[in-house]
Design a protein around this ligand. Structure first.
Ligand code: AHM
Ligand code: MG
Length: 337
């Protein structure tokens, strides 16, 4: 029966993306190749993260190993793995990583039409205590002579992204991606070394019961954010108060928001008027996924995906999650005008 069929007819992430490609008759499999290199990076980081707790024993991540050589920090190591995997795919031309101050322009001989923006290991403050962390990525495509590319090709609004996703290194390793036709989740089967479709066509609940924010910053919030969180705790419309969940790892907080519904916010405050999270490789990919899942993403001023970045490491406030919950914060900002 059906369960048997699933057990023997495995939908891997590569097979899924290859199927989606039939929507584009002109496609030549370049995106599938790019994705398989991203997936390789995720598998490597997953293995490294799982061993991180053994660092003292086997000498990982900043410790000196038995040979007496200094080991690289996990985030530095992850970055190197992703950069090398992406360059060697032969399908990329510009890379922007949270770990590198400058964008990488791929050697002309290895160039392809995709630009990849990524945070190789986000939530690094959580590494040493074994809490979930993740990789976030977004993909743009350039439609021009690859000799004439410039930084402007990645300084595009998020709505121009072709694909976005994240991989969460948690109690299991989960890859969530969208190529603009909904959102799908895949779980790494460690015995196969393959990501298998486990969460087809993810849709975020229209309204949620959870809010997620670093409330330690409340003293410096602006009016609408403060009012919104107050309403989460003391609703005035007869509804029940929301629960607070905050991990401090964007991937984990957004993943929970996507599956259970609710709202995740990293707002502006008096100390950081642009919030903390980075537009290109944190705000955009997560906003892309939220919209594809039926939710919304708002910066406090506009639809997040409409923002046009001017610097590669630019930050923006962000409110994302269930449609109705984001509608509420939008109304509070509109009322302030
Ligand atoms: P990082 O890129 O230095 O890891 O910082 C990003 C992380 C996000 O994962 C998370 O949403 C946020 O920082 C938490 O920040 P805070 O500790 O200020 O609440
Ligand atoms: Mg980060």
């Amino acid at each position: 029966h059906a369960a048997d069929a699933h057990r023997t007819d495995l939908m891997t992430v590569t097979r899924y993306v290859l199927n989606e490609q039939s929507r584009h008759p002109e496609a030549r499999g370049d995106f599938t190749i790019l994705l398989s290199h991203i997936v390789l990076g995720c598998k490597f980081v997953c293995t490294a993260v799982n061993k991180a707790g053994l660092a003292k024993l086997i000498g990982l991540a900043g410790e000196t190993n038995v040979q007496g050589e200094e080991q690289k920090k996990l985030d530095v190591l992850s970055n190197e793995v992703f950069v090398k995997a992406l360059v060697s795919s032969g399908r990329t031309c510009i890379l922007v990583s949270e770990e590198d101050e400058e964008a990488t322009f791929v050697d002309p001989r290895l160039r392809g039409k995709y630009c990849v923006v990524f945070d190789p290991l986000d939530g690094s403050s959580n590494i040493d205590c074994g809490v979930s962390i993740g990789t976030i990525f977004g993909v743009y495509m350039v439609d021009k002579d690859l000799d004439s590319i410039s930084l402007d090709d990645v300084l595009q609004p998020g709505k121009n992204m072709l694909a976005a996703g994240y991989c969460m290194y948690g109690s299991s390793c989960t890859l969530v991606i969208s190529t603009g036709y909904g959102v799908n989740g895949f779980t790494l089967d460690p015995s196969l070394g393959e990501f298998i479709l486990t969460h087809p066509d993810i849709k975020i609940p229209k309204k949620g019961k959870i809010y997620s924010v670093n409330e330690g910053n409340a003293k410096n919030w602006d009016g609408p954010t403060a009012k919104f969180v107050e309403k989460c705790k003391f609703p005035t419309d007869g509804s029940s108060p929301k629960s607070l969940r905050y991990i401090g790892s964007m991937v984990a907080d957004v993943h929970r928001t996507l599956l259970y519904g609710g709202i995740f916010l990293y707002p502006a405050d008096k100390k950081s008027p642009n919030g903390k999270l980075r537009v290109l490789y944190e705000v955009f990919p997560m906003s892309f996924l939220m919209e594809q899942a039926g939710g919304q993403a708002f910066t406090g001023k506009e639809r997040a995906l409409d923002l046009v970045p001017t610097k590669i490491h630019q930050r923006s406030p962000i409110f994302l999650g269930s449609y109705d919950d984001v509608e509420e914060i939008k109304a509070l900002y509109a009322a302030e005008q």
